[in-house]
Design a protein. Sequence first.
Length: 259
Amino acid sequence: MESESNARYLKNIFIGMEVIIEIPKIHQTLSGKVLDFVDDQVTHNANGIEVIIDGNYSGNVKKIIKNYELISENELRLKIKNHEKKNFELKSSFKYDIDVSNHTGNPTSAEYLKRKIIEECASFMNSDGGIICMGVDDEKNILGLQNDYELQTDYDPKKDPSQFQDNLKNEIKQGLINYLDEPVVLDLYETEIITLDGKDVCCIFVDKSPIPIFVKMKINYRLDNRDKRDTIWKCWIRADNGILAIPFDKFMTLWKNRD
């Protein structure tokens, strides 16, 4: 039984949270609340962090059943109010193009908006981590994500809203896979949907990466009267006023000198 990525990191496991563990050797799974850690000095375990649960059973965490609150509503409102660009970024939507939709009168999706979210994630991974808050514009207006939900292929207003939230989280995950193409990135982020003023916003919590992260993009061009297709790697970091693209050589120099 493979452990979920968030169960592999000590920072994600807390005393009292509900988890599913697998007992070594006999491969039996049990659920219960975490009572203690087998070794709280091990910050990462590919098989899942080892814990002790109710009944004094010990094993590797395979799944977190009841997660913890990554950020409170009050904390998020304060971050929106202050809007510190170095480690906190506001985005109006995930892929809903507000300008085009308002101009045409038709809800419109834009891949470049989705890519910008992934570029923001990469910039945080290449720096000191941070939070991307989607559903709030630069003027700090809470817009929500309903328009993004309605762009989902299986959207139905009669469905449980949690399905729209799960679909969005899966789209974010797929975007990271498509554009960053590094397995480690799936261990460097978490998402949480928070309701503000009756509207959903989504926060992506991004950790600092142990390896350089590049945004990989396919480009089409013509050379010698022939159509060509290639991949380019773009380097993104965080600056005081937000995201910054820099040349590869400069990026690698900064990376080698990063704390």
